[in-house]
Design a binder for this molecule. Structure first.
Ligand SMILES: Cc1ncc(COP(=O)(O)O)c(C=O)c1O
Length: 384
């Protein structure tokens, strides 16, 4: 048999997806698992999203839609971007995709090719480097150090003549770190000076526990908007990860390419899901989102009470990403997590997949009682 595609075979599988599958299998086999590896909120989806989906079905909306999405959804996204982010886009510059993951993939495919480099600040969400690789470009991993956010100096030092783009994620997964306006301004100067594109992932935007909205680099002026692809969706904010609705908002030339790529790959997102997303955006579960702040505080307080755990207080998303290097002994974090799971039934994600092998990721998007029990067991495990 001839060899399969090198490009496909060199892509690493998502460690978070495979860990979740393992934990689900243990749960299904009757084992008690306290799963702090989850990457999705535990509150219900908005009622209006269900209503709009049911209405779309009742109205017999069965056909293909425009590749970029139904006009009503793109108008709704346009309004959201204007209201929340101060960004004005034409509906044609918005392309609705199968989740933010697909939207990101579209963005990388539209921007990158063989020989390009894309700066990916570490710790990073597991998917960025792999998606960049599929395009033929090379992810250039830049460790951000204690601040967990890319600085202008770090970006400038990583740029080469081959650098095409930089990925920014705010609030970030796994770090929960949010870029301030002044941090973005400093990065923007480097971006413009070196003529880079920015892929800006705002999927955790509403999970932000400091005052004020999460700033978007695209809002810093036309020079930035013209080189930024903004990515967002309803998966996290509206607890609709299974519905698969995300989107890109991009300068017209890039948006056209994204449309073209998607038109030959998947066409439109499920029409029912598109209508559900309109309902979701009209009925964002703000109270549930806000309640995550208390969970963050609870989880952070319990976690940092464990001797040897080092963890700053993140400003967003729903993860803590502690440095556990002093607890490892001669184990890797992968081994630490496997032992913890075997001995205490607690599922954490090792930091190795996020480019930070001395950390673990803990999600607090679970009931406070689960969080407390899991952290008690972690403390027992560490003490033992
Ligand atoms: C940073 C980040 N971006 C994008 C996504 C993908 O979101 P979606 O489920 O809409 O594809 C995730 C999901 O975990 C994420 O953590």
């Amino acid at each position: 048999m001839k060899p399969l595609s090198t490009r496909a075979t060199t892509i690493r599988p998502s460690p978070t997806l495979s860990l979740n599958a393992q934990l689900a299998a243990r749960g299904a086999a009757g084992e008690e698992v306290l799963n702090l590896s989850v990457g999705e909120p535990d509150f219900p989806m908005p009622e209006l999203a269900r209503d709009y989906a049911l209405k779309a079905i009742a109205e017999g909306r069965n056909r293909y839609t425009d590749v970029g999405g139904v006009p009503e959804l793109r108008e709704r996204i346009k309004r959201k971007l204007a209201e929340d982010n101060g960004l004005e886009y034409a509906p044609g510059d918005i392309v609705v995709a199968n989740g933010a993951k697909h939207a990101l993939f579209n963005a990388f495919l539209a921007l990158c090719e063989d020989g390009d480099e894309v700066v990916v600040p570490a710790p990073y969400w597991v998917t960025y480097p792999e998606q960049v690789r599929v395009t033929g470009a090379e992810p250039v991993i830049v460790p951000t150090g204690a601040g967990l956010k890319l600085t202008a100096d770090q970006l400038a030092a990583a740029v080469t003549p081959r650098t095409k783009a930089v990925v920014l994620s705010s609030p970030g997964n796994p770090t929960g770190a949010t870029y301030s306006r002044s941090e973005l301004e400093a990065l923007a100067e480097v971006v413009v000076r070196h003529d880079l594109f920015v892929v800006e992932d705002l999927i955790y935007e509403y999970f932000h526990y400091d005052d004020g909205a999460v700033p978007s680099i695209a809002s810093l002026g036309p020079e930035l908007k013209d080189r930024t692809v903004v990515v967002n969706g309803v998966s996290k904010s509206c607890a609709m990860t299974g519905w698969r609705v995300g989107y890109t908002a991009a300068p017209p030339e890039i948006a056209q390419l994204i449309r073209r790529l998607q038109g030959q790959a998947t066409s439109n997102v499920s029409v029912v899901a598109q209508y559900a997303a309109i309902g979701a955006m009209d009925d964002v579960p703000w109270e549930a989102i806000k309640s995550y702040r208390d969970r963050r505080d609870l989880a952070h307080q319990r976690l940092t009470a464990i001797e040897g755990v080092r963890c700053g207080l993140p400003t967003g998303a729903f993860y803590l990403f502690p440095d556990i290097s002093t607890l490892l002994g001669n184990r890797t974090t992968d081994e630490f997590c496997s032992e913890l799971l075997a001995e205490q039934g607690v599922g954490l994600v090792p930091g190795s997949g996020f480019g930070a092998p001395e950390h673990v990721r803990l999600s607090y998007a679970v009931a406070p009682s689960v969080l407390e029990t899991a952290l008690d067991r972690l403390a027992t495990f560490v003490a033992g």
